[in-house]
Design a protein around this ligand. Sequence first.
Ligand SMILES: Nc1ncnc2c1ncn2[C@@H]1O[C@H](COP(=O)(O)OP(=O)(O)O)[C@@H](O)[C@H]1O
Ligand SMILES: [Mg+2]
Length: 263
Amino acid sequence: MGKTKVICFSNNKGGSGKSTTCSNVGYGMALEGKRVLLIDGDMQMNLTLSFFSEEQALELAKSEKNLYHAIRDQKDLTDYIVHTSYADLDLIPSSTLMSGIEFELFTKWQREWILSRSLQKIIDSESYDYILIDAPPTLGGWVMNIMCASDYLIIPVEASPWGLFGLANMFEFFEQVRTIRPAIELLGIAITKADERKNYFKQTLATLQELEGIHLFERYIRVDSAVEWAQDNSAPVLAFRHTSRSAKEYHELTKEILENVNR
Ligand SMILES: Nc1ncnc2c1ncn2[C@@H]1O[C@H](COP(=O)(O)OP(=O)(O)O)[C@@H](O)[C@H]1O
Ligand SMILES: [Mg+2]
Protein backbone atom coordinates (compact mmCIF):
# COMPACT_ATOMS: atom_id res chain seq x y z
CA MET A 1 0.00 0.00 0.00
CA GLY A 2 1.11 3.51 -0.73
CA LYS A 3 1.00 6.62 1.31
CA THR A 4 -0.31 6.91 4.85
CA LYS A 5 -3.87 8.20 4.96
CA VAL A 6 -5.09 10.37 7.81
CA ILE A 7 -8.74 10.26 8.89
CA CYS A 8 -10.27 12.38 11.63
CA PHE A 9 -13.50 11.75 13.54
CA SER A 10 -15.14 15.02 14.40
CA ASN A 11 -18.49 16.41 15.46
CA ASN A 12 -18.99 19.44 17.66
CA LYS A 13 -21.76 17.60 19.45
CA GLY A 14 -20.52 15.61 22.44
CA GLY A 15 -21.58 12.01 22.91
CA SER A 16 -22.04 11.39 19.20
CA GLY A 17 -19.81 8.31 19.21
CA LYS A 18 -16.53 9.84 17.97
CA SER A 19 -14.22 8.07 20.42
CA THR A 20 -16.09 4.76 20.26
CA THR A 21 -16.04 4.82 16.46
CA CYS A 22 -12.40 5.90 16.26
CA SER A 23 -11.21 3.13 18.60
CA ASN A 24 -13.26 0.40 16.93
CA VAL A 25 -12.52 1.41 13.36
CA GLY A 26 -8.84 1.57 14.33
CA TYR A 27 -9.00 -1.90 15.81
CA GLY A 28 -11.03 -3.11 12.81
CA MET A 29 -8.44 -1.77 10.39
CA ALA A 30 -5.70 -3.61 12.28
CA LEU A 31 -7.84 -6.77 11.99
CA GLU A 32 -7.93 -6.14 8.26
CA GLY A 33 -4.14 -6.18 8.17
CA LYS A 34 -3.52 -2.44 8.24
CA ARG A 35 -0.91 -0.74 10.38
CA VAL A 36 -2.73 1.88 12.41
CA LEU A 37 -1.77 4.84 14.57
CA LEU A 38 -4.49 6.40 16.73
CA ILE A 39 -4.20 9.95 18.02
CA ASP A 40 -6.24 11.08 21.00
CA GLY A 41 -7.00 14.75 20.40
CA ASP A 42 -9.44 15.22 23.26
CA MET A 43 -8.75 16.31 26.85
CA GLN A 44 -11.32 13.75 28.00
CA MET A 45 -8.81 11.05 27.05
CA ASN A 46 -11.56 8.64 25.98
CA LEU A 47 -9.54 7.17 23.13
CA THR A 48 -6.57 6.65 25.46
CA LEU A 49 -8.94 5.03 27.97
CA SER A 50 -10.16 2.67 25.25
CA PHE A 51 -6.75 0.99 25.36
CA PHE A 52 -5.31 1.77 28.78
CA SER A 53 -6.62 1.64 32.33
CA GLU A 54 -7.24 4.92 34.16
CA GLU A 55 -4.06 4.39 36.10
CA GLN A 56 -1.99 3.83 32.98
CA ALA A 57 -3.62 6.77 31.20
CA LEU A 58 -2.85 9.13 34.08
CA GLU A 59 0.71 7.83 34.12
CA LEU A 60 1.04 8.61 30.40
CA ALA A 61 -0.43 12.06 30.96
CA LYS A 62 2.03 12.73 33.79
CA SER A 63 5.04 11.48 31.82
CA GLU A 64 4.76 14.39 29.38
CA LYS A 65 4.78 11.81 26.58
CA ASN A 66 1.41 12.96 25.34
CA LEU A 67 -0.10 15.11 22.63
CA TYR A 68 -0.37 18.23 24.76
CA HIS A 69 3.35 18.48 25.40
CA ALA A 70 4.20 17.56 21.82
CA ILE A 71 2.01 20.33 20.41
CA ARG A 72 3.00 22.90 23.01
CA ASP A 73 6.67 22.32 22.25
CA GLN A 74 6.08 21.66 18.52
CA LYS A 75 7.86 18.30 18.62
CA ASP A 76 8.03 15.49 16.09
CA LEU A 77 5.30 13.07 17.22
CA THR A 78 7.38 9.96 16.52
CA ASP A 79 8.72 10.08 20.07
CA TYR A 80 5.22 10.18 21.54
CA ILE A 81 3.96 6.88 20.13
CA VAL A 82 3.06 4.13 22.59
CA HIS A 83 2.15 0.55 21.69
CA THR A 84 -1.25 -0.76 22.69
CA SER A 85 -1.61 -4.42 23.68
CA TYR A 86 -2.69 -5.17 20.11
CA ALA A 87 -0.45 -5.78 17.11
CA ASP A 88 -0.25 -3.02 14.48
CA LEU A 89 -2.17 -0.63 16.68
CA ASP A 90 -0.29 2.26 18.27
CA LEU A 91 -1.49 5.35 20.06
CA ILE A 92 -0.45 8.87 20.87
CA PRO A 93 -2.16 9.55 24.19
CA SER A 94 -3.89 12.72 25.28
CA SER A 95 -3.77 14.57 28.57
CA THR A 96 -6.34 16.56 30.55
CA LEU A 97 -4.02 19.52 29.89
CA MET A 98 -5.37 19.51 26.31
CA SER A 99 -8.03 21.84 27.76
CA GLY A 100 -5.42 24.59 27.39
CA ILE A 101 -4.36 23.77 23.85
CA GLU A 102 -6.20 26.69 22.20
CA PHE A 103 -4.15 29.09 24.32
CA GLU A 104 -0.91 27.34 23.35
CA LEU A 105 -1.75 27.57 19.65
CA PHE A 106 -2.55 31.23 19.80
CA THR A 107 0.93 32.71 19.61
CA LYS A 108 2.45 30.17 17.21
CA TRP A 109 3.56 30.66 13.64
CA GLN A 110 1.11 29.25 11.05
CA ARG A 111 -0.95 27.93 13.90
CA GLU A 112 -3.39 25.87 11.82
CA TRP A 113 -0.56 23.58 10.72
CA ILE A 114 1.18 22.65 13.97
CA LEU A 115 -0.27 19.12 14.19
CA SER A 116 0.34 18.60 10.49
CA ARG A 117 4.00 19.60 10.88
CA SER A 118 4.41 17.35 13.93
CA LEU A 119 3.03 14.40 11.96
CA GLN A 120 5.10 14.89 8.84
CA LYS A 121 7.96 12.53 9.72
CA ILE A 122 5.59 9.72 10.70
CA ILE A 123 3.74 10.13 7.40
CA ASP A 124 6.96 10.30 5.37
CA SER A 125 8.25 7.14 7.07
CA GLU A 126 5.18 5.20 5.79
CA SER A 127 5.23 3.21 9.04
CA TYR A 128 1.43 3.25 9.10
CA ASP A 129 -1.30 2.70 6.54
CA TYR A 130 -3.79 4.77 8.52
CA ILE A 131 -3.63 7.47 11.15
CA LEU A 132 -6.96 8.05 12.90
CA ILE A 133 -7.51 11.19 14.97
CA ASP A 134 -10.23 11.51 17.61
CA ALA A 135 -11.36 15.15 17.87
CA PRO A 136 -12.92 16.94 20.86
CA PRO A 137 -16.54 18.18 20.69
CA THR A 138 -15.53 21.71 19.67
CA LEU A 139 -14.93 23.75 16.53
CA GLY A 140 -11.93 25.99 17.01
CA GLY A 141 -8.25 26.35 16.31
CA TRP A 142 -7.38 22.89 17.58
CA VAL A 143 -9.99 21.08 15.49
CA MET A 144 -8.83 23.23 12.59
CA ASN A 145 -5.34 21.76 13.24
CA ILE A 146 -6.80 18.24 13.28
CA MET A 147 -8.57 18.76 9.97
CA CYS A 148 -5.56 20.47 8.39
CA ALA A 149 -3.60 17.32 9.20
CA SER A 150 -6.27 15.01 7.73
CA ASP A 151 -7.06 13.66 4.28
CA TYR A 152 -10.56 12.61 5.29
CA LEU A 153 -13.25 13.58 7.77
CA ILE A 154 -15.82 11.15 9.15
CA ILE A 155 -18.70 12.63 11.15
CA PRO A 156 -20.28 10.24 13.65
CA VAL A 157 -23.87 11.27 14.32
CA GLU A 158 -25.91 9.97 17.21
CA ALA A 159 -29.38 8.81 16.21
CA SER A 160 -31.07 10.83 18.96
CA PRO A 161 -33.54 13.73 19.02
CA TRP A 162 -30.65 16.19 19.31
CA GLY A 163 -28.21 14.27 17.18
CA LEU A 164 -28.57 16.54 14.16
CA PHE A 165 -28.41 19.76 16.12
CA GLY A 166 -25.31 21.70 15.18
CA LEU A 167 -24.59 19.64 12.07
CA ALA A 168 -25.02 22.77 9.93
CA ASN A 169 -22.26 24.47 11.94
CA MET A 170 -20.12 21.44 11.37
CA PHE A 171 -20.55 21.69 7.57
CA GLU A 172 -19.85 25.42 7.67
CA PHE A 173 -16.67 24.85 9.65
CA PHE A 174 -15.60 22.14 7.23
CA GLU A 175 -16.04 24.54 4.30
CA GLN A 176 -13.82 27.03 6.13
CA VAL A 177 -11.18 24.35 6.57
CA ARG A 178 -11.37 23.58 2.85
CA THR A 179 -10.39 27.14 1.99
CA ILE A 180 -6.99 26.49 3.58
CA ARG A 181 -6.80 22.72 3.05
CA PRO A 182 -8.70 21.95 -0.18
CA ALA A 183 -7.44 18.35 -0.20
CA ILE A 184 -9.53 17.23 2.78
CA GLU A 185 -12.60 15.21 1.85
CA LEU A 186 -15.75 14.49 3.82
CA LEU A 187 -15.69 10.70 3.59
CA GLY A 188 -19.10 10.32 5.15
CA ILE A 189 -21.47 10.37 8.07
CA ALA A 190 -21.69 7.34 10.33
CA ILE A 191 -24.83 6.86 12.41
CA THR A 192 -24.19 5.60 15.94
CA LYS A 193 -26.35 4.50 18.88
CA ALA A 194 -29.24 3.65 16.58
CA ASP A 195 -32.42 2.18 18.03
CA GLU A 196 -34.51 0.99 15.12
CA ARG A 197 -37.71 0.94 17.17
CA LYS A 198 -37.54 4.66 17.83
CA ASN A 199 -39.16 7.18 15.56
CA TYR A 200 -36.30 9.66 15.84
CA PHE A 201 -33.94 7.05 14.46
CA LYS A 202 -36.04 6.83 11.31
CA GLN A 203 -36.18 10.63 11.15
CA THR A 204 -32.41 10.95 11.56
CA LEU A 205 -31.84 8.34 8.89
CA ALA A 206 -34.27 10.00 6.47
CA THR A 207 -32.80 13.46 7.03
CA LEU A 208 -29.24 12.24 6.50
CA GLN A 209 -30.19 10.24 3.41
CA GLU A 210 -31.59 13.40 1.86
CA LEU A 211 -28.42 15.49 2.31
CA GLU A 212 -27.21 16.14 -1.19
CA GLY A 213 -23.63 15.32 -2.04
CA ILE A 214 -22.88 13.88 1.40
CA HIS A 215 -22.14 10.21 1.73
CA LEU A 216 -23.93 8.28 4.44
CA PHE A 217 -22.31 4.99 5.42
CA GLU A 218 -24.77 2.16 4.93
CA ARG A 219 -23.72 0.33 8.05
CA TYR A 220 -25.06 2.12 11.09
CA ILE A 221 -24.16 1.12 14.63
CA ARG A 222 -26.99 0.13 16.93
CA VAL A 223 -27.22 0.70 20.67
CA ASP A 224 -25.48 -2.15 22.44
CA SER A 225 -24.53 -2.43 26.09
CA ALA A 226 -21.44 -4.41 25.05
CA VAL A 227 -19.93 -1.06 24.01
CA GLU A 228 -20.09 0.16 27.59
CA TRP A 229 -18.83 -3.13 28.99
CA ALA A 230 -15.88 -2.92 26.66
CA GLN A 231 -15.10 0.65 27.69
CA ASP A 232 -15.28 -0.36 31.32
CA ASN A 233 -12.57 -2.90 30.46
CA SER A 234 -10.37 -0.42 28.54
CA ALA A 235 -10.93 -2.19 25.23
CA PRO A 236 -12.72 -1.58 21.93
CA VAL A 237 -15.85 -3.73 21.72
CA LEU A 238 -14.40 -5.48 18.67
CA ALA A 239 -11.61 -6.78 20.90
CA PHE A 240 -13.60 -7.25 24.09
CA ARG A 241 -16.61 -9.12 22.67
CA HIS A 242 -16.12 -9.78 18.99
CA THR A 243 -19.36 -11.78 18.76
CA SER A 244 -21.50 -8.87 19.96
CA ARG A 245 -23.81 -7.04 17.62
CA SER A 246 -21.92 -3.76 17.77
CA ALA A 247 -18.60 -5.53 17.19
CA LYS A 248 -19.91 -7.07 13.98
CA GLU A 249 -21.36 -3.72 12.93
CA TYR A 250 -18.11 -1.90 13.61
CA HIS A 251 -16.23 -4.50 11.61
CA GLU A 252 -18.59 -3.98 8.68
CA LEU A 253 -18.34 -0.19 8.99
CA THR A 254 -14.54 -0.50 8.96
CA LYS A 255 -14.62 -2.46 5.70
CA GLU A 256 -17.01 0.09 4.21
CA ILE A 257 -14.66 2.92 5.21
CA LEU A 258 -11.67 1.11 3.69
CA GLU A 259 -13.58 0.61 0.45
CA ASN A 260 -14.52 4.28 0.30
CA VAL A 261 -10.98 5.47 0.98
CA ASN A 262 -9.59 3.26 -1.77
CA ARG A 263 -12.11 4.18 -4.38
N1 LIG B 1 -23.38 1.66 20.04
C1 LIG B 1 -23.44 2.11 21.29
N2 LIG B 1 -24.27 1.52 22.18
C2 LIG B 1 -24.36 1.97 23.45
N3 LIG B 1 -23.66 3.00 23.94
C3 LIG B 1 -22.80 3.63 23.12
C4 LIG B 1 -22.65 3.23 21.77
N4 LIG B 1 -21.73 4.05 21.20
C5 LIG B 1 -21.34 4.90 22.15
N5 LIG B 1 -21.97 4.66 23.32
C6 LIG B 1 -21.84 5.40 24.58
O1 LIG B 1 -22.17 6.75 24.35
C7 LIG B 1 -21.31 7.62 25.04
C8 LIG B 1 -20.68 8.61 24.06
O2 LIG B 1 -19.86 7.92 23.12
P1 LIG B 1 -18.44 8.51 22.71
O3 LIG B 1 -17.87 7.60 21.72
O4 LIG B 1 -17.64 8.79 23.94
O5 LIG B 1 -18.88 9.89 22.03
P2 LIG B 1 -18.00 11.21 21.76
O6 LIG B 1 -16.58 10.80 21.64
O7 LIG B 1 -18.57 11.75 20.49
O8 LIG B 1 -18.25 12.14 22.91
C9 LIG B 1 -20.29 6.75 25.75
O9 LIG B 1 -20.65 6.65 27.09
C10 LIG B 1 -20.41 5.42 25.07
O10 LIG B 1 -20.21 4.37 25.97
MG1 LIG C 1 -14.90 11.54 22.58
